[in-house]
Design a protein around this ligand. Sequence first.
Ligand code: ADP
Length: 197
Amino acid sequence: MTNPAPARLLIVGPPGAGKGTQAGRIADRYQVPAISTGDIFRANIKGKTELGQRIQAIIESGELVPDALTNEIVADRLSQADAAEGFLLDGYPRTVDQVHALDAVLAEQGAALDAVVLLEADTDAVVARLLNRALVEGRADDTEEVIRHRQEVYAAQTAPLIALFDGRGILVSVDGLGDIDEVAARISAALDLALGR
Ligand code: ADP
């Protein structure tokens, strides 16, 4: 089966919905880089960079890294050659301010987002998944208290973006519950339909 042409894509959904896993699948299929702000931040914390030291406490508390800093990092990443024809952003944008910053970066290239995948999952299911991930990966922000706080931050700051993207006619909602391959197949089918591929 041939791969569809590259596209400018995002995946959004509550923490624990499985965005990272599905982001990798989508990126492979559309032959675009998967760009995860969470991964970029964690790599900086692990590498003890100056950025990592600035953001470590914020991430471990479940708060968001300030918009200005996050926007700068993503703009820089999107200016790299591999993202010229398309990309799959995971975990960004997460606030209305970040949406506007991304719009501006893309507008400069004469481009815009093609589709936004919303991975839907209910709170109890995602909290259970994250508690389980805490045992496997030992992520510092996967304690029960911080997990609950991340869900609140998502509801307050990121959930409002769903209506915004829906208003643009680019939202593709997919049920995130089920096994990984099943969810991946649902996303592919829904995205191909939305993108007319
Ligand atoms: P999850 O989706 O499981 O919450 P992520 O890896 O996307 O995990 O994010 C982990 C943490 O990194 C967030 O709780 C936040 O502190 C920080 N972060 C990631 N992306 C952003 C962003 N776009 N804006 C601000 N903070 C972010």
